[in-house]
Design a protein around this ligand. Sequence first.
Ligand code: CMP
Length: 228
Amino acid sequence: MSLSVLRRVPFFAKLQTADLKEVYKISRIREYGPGEPIFAKAASAEQMFIVLSGRVKIYTPSSSKKRKTFAYLQPGDFFGEMALLEGKPRSASAEASAYTKLLMITKRDFQRLLTRDHPRLSIYLLKVFSERLRRANEEIEGFLFRNILGRVAKTLNDLGKRGEKKRGGVELPEHYTQQELADLVGTTREPLTRALSALRRAQLIDHVDGRYFIKDPDKLNSLCLIEA
Ligand code: CMP
């Protein structure tokens, strides 16, 4: 991995070249296979991570049929910083959901980077926290005010924000199984399948070559706003 690769990661783009070189020297790369755990909720924490390639699922484990995935993280995203900042155990579990390469930074180095007068890095972290809080608020609103169709539409719409625009619509950036979508929405397979079928019948989405395609993003967006 070269310095220029690191420079393209938003987290590192905020650092001065001298610090970037230091991070380059001190950080370690870890590789995980699909389904391999990275850490478990409530475990003690000594590192934070940056996704270099692949995909990471952040979720809360549950013994019931319902599970909750908080987010799928993609290259450039970071995670594992909350426990380090708060001095508390991990707030959620993390697992590689594809072949994944991570850059690992120790607690000591992370704290050193933050305290060494790096307002740009701190502002970037605050911006990402703010985005996560906004999304979490929208999810709470969804649980209270939206029916399952609206919640599925909102989830697809959110995933589509990182998707590729083509043929007047948007293709989701990754393949998601129905179980993965159900865990993101916070429901079980059956209601999720019914909602997806309704959206397909309404010509709002399609499933092409294993990926969901949002045919009419505007209409799907308006469905997200309908209250239950
Ligand atoms: P930490 O608590 O150390 O371990 C779990 C990590 O998941 C947490 O730090 C965050 O980095 C990440 N995380 C928790 N909640 C969310 C969320 N809603 N969206 C994205 N990442 C999250």
